[in-house]
Ligand binder design. Sequence first.
Ligand code: COA
Length: 271
Amino acid sequence: MPRDLHAVAKEDTLQGLPQLTKSPEAVENSSANMDEDRSSAMDATDEDDAVERFQTASTSKRDELHPYTQSLSPKDVDSCTRLEEEAFPPQERCTREKFQYRLKHCGELSLGIFTSHSENQIPTSETAAPVYSGAPERKAVLLGHILATKTTNPTVTDKDMAIPSPDNPDPSAGHKEEGRTICIHSLAVLPEFRKRGLGTTLMKAFLQRTESHDIADRAALIAHDHLIPYYESFGFVNKGESACKFGGGGWYDMVKDLEPGDKPSRQGGAE
Ligand SMILES: CC(C)(COP(=O)(O)OP(=O)(O)OC[C@H]1O[C@@H](n2cnc3c(N)ncnc32)[C@H](O)[C@@H]1OP(=O)(O)O)[C@@H](O)C(=O)NCCC(=O)NCCS
């Protein structure tokens, strides 16, 4: 793992973002944690445009989850695969093999949003690990994820979407550590947890982390037209139809220049 991200790989604090929750252990041990977390979230939100999204997207429903972000690791492969099955049509899903590759080679570029829960009806509960040994029934359940690689290209290409494998030994396929473009392959939230601001939180935390650690010059992704305004709200610019044919094509290239070392981007849905 690159040293520049090592310090933040375990758990992010979402600096500049509405405080979502304390650590799972703190949540577990606090009898009044819901009220505390809600008030701290409200304190932090006056100056943050993201809160408008959260408030209109049922803030209380989101706060009940006490969501927190954390880098993903190879042990999350089953939860990511399950989440992807829930979130995307078959032809657009990241396969288990791709998750394995990306989590192994550049897991520090990934981010998950979790809830500490004993609820077994959440699709990713089955594959969730216990939060801590004192309460094995409480699990770190994955609600959403971002997976990314790096490329030397300015936009996402089919080679970037691919991974090297025995069937496709092409060395130009997959993650390029020296690349200065981050390819965001998969932003997804479980369907039943959408429209609560989780996707926005994930993306903002991801961009904040990449900017503060100066690991790339830009972030790029491919999007279908209906999500162009959503990505524009984070500062991505539509570069037109993409040459990428992944999943049947029909994508647009979206690119955001990153501002290394800067404070969290102020661009957001309310601007
Ligand atoms: C896109 C996605 C990650 C958003 O997650 P989320 O947690 O619901 O996002 P937020 O609550 O932060 O924001 C919701 C906003 O997302 C946008 N959005 C989400 N899905 C949309 C869709 N199908 N069409 C248009 N806008 C959409 C809207 O702007 C919405 O705002 P609204 O609540 O005012 O309508 C989620 O819908 C998802 O997982 N979709 C399926 C996977 C996918 O298409 N990922 C993008 C790959 S390019």
